[in-house]
Design a protein around this ligand. Structure first.
Ligand code: ADP
Length: 342
């Protein structure tokens, strides 16, 4: 059985004091997270991502459906049992949520104290954690003496203190610059590989999914509209709504505004071709266009790399007889995905 299993999970909030309809934040979501997964949850702001994570964390009860963590169905548990489940789940946040008046050492020791660990064990465990995150020399520093990346590393050490089997990360790198983001992602990747910690990672950043996640779920309006292997979901989204979101985060797909500019600058019909690792069909695409007597020009494009597998998008302006273009595009559509901008 999956480590975390959601079945037809719904969470609605009552209407606000000013009236209106209830807010359905999570709507009939079923999802299985296996031990060892790094599961990315992505989607526009307001899609229900944070709410979903609070349900897994047993911070809030579901309105419908079931959440099972490590074989225990949360709604059947007592408050004491829920606390036990929560102890097996670490959490890190965008704003780090450190105690400003405590040193790094005290921050990391805090959950161990709460869990009732003996003093000597706490000391040894904190040393081990600070070593692991590379902050042994900052033990006596206060959070405001640290950089953003260092603060998040303290957050990670604190979240891992009681040896949870699951780590939830809510936009954990969104407040960091790109270079620091990469450092923190590398650390999280080690946490997963070396300590076998299963992760659920909420993000709106492609970098995070690309370098960390093994699986991904795309949320919209409370629903999971697509989920599965990261490469599959990003290189070939199966439905229009997830394609719309994915095209905003992957490289090489022109936005509607960019398409308008391309159309102004280039004559001809504009089409985007999507290539996946192993297709080996770029030459075939160019050949079809050339054999149809068409002229074409590369006007936009980009390659994405997901754990060594590549996919990309090329946008061409194509000039020639309409019928010849139609014929060539139809033949090419048998090889790769083609989207013509109208
Ligand atoms: P995301 O994390 O994807 O940005 P959220 O889970 O925060 O989305 O929110 C999903 C929806 O649920 C939003 O419409 C939000 O306003 C609503 N919502 C979230 N938490 C509450 C709450 N405690 N009370 C009422 N509405 C809420």
């Amino acid at each position: 059985m999956a480590l975390v299993s959601l079945r037809n999970v719904t969470k609605s909030y009552p209407p606000s004091a000013r009236g209106g309809a209830p807010v359905v934040a999570v709507d009939d979501v079923s999802l299985d997270i296996e031990a060892g997964d790094v599961y990315g949850i992505i989607g526009y702001s307001g899609a229900g991502k944070s709410t979903l994570v609070r349900l897994v964390n047993a911070l809030e009860p579901v309105t419908g459906g079931t959440v099972t963590v490590d074989g225990r169905e949360l709604s059947s548990l007592s408050e004491r049992e829920l606390r036990e489940v929560r102890r097996g789940i670490g959490m890190i946040f965008q704003q780090f949520n450190l105690f400003d008046a405590k040193t790094v050492r005290q921050n990391v020791a805090y959950p161990l104290k709460v869990a009732g660990w003996a003093k000597a064990d706490i000391g040894a465990r904190v040393d081990e954690l600070l070593d692991f995150v590379g902050l042994a020399d900052k033990a006596r520093a206060y959070p405001d003496q640290l950089s953003g990346g260092q603060k998040q590393r303290v957050g990670i050490a604190r979240a891992l203190a009681t040896r949870p089997s699951i780590l939830l990360a809510d936009e954990a790198t969104s407040a960091l610059d790109p270079e620091t983001t990469q450092e923190v992602l590398a650390l999280l990747s080690r946490v997963n590989r070396e300590q076998g910690v299963t992760m659920v990672v909420i993000t709106h950043e492609m970098d995070v999914i690309q370098s960390l996640a093994t699986k991904v779920a795309v949320m919209e309006d409370g629903r999971v509209i697509e989920s599965g292997d990261v490469f599959d979901v990003f290189s070939q989204p199966r439905n229009a709504a997830s394609e719309r979101f994915v095209s905003t985060v992957v490289k090489g797909v022109p936005s509607p505004a960019e398409l308008a500019v391309l159309r102004e600058r280039h004559e001809g019909r504009i089409a985007t071709f999507s290539f996946r690792d192993g297709d080996a069909s770029q030459a075939r695409v160019f050949l079809e266009l050339a054999q149809a007597g068409l002229e074409f020009e590369l006007v936009y494009g980009g390659i994405n790399d997901i754990r060594g597998r590549a996919f990309g998008h090329l946008t061409l302006a194509i000039r020639g007889e309409d019928a010849a273009i139609d014929g060539a595009l139809a033949r090419i559509a048998e090889l790769v995905d083609v989207t013509e901008a109208r």
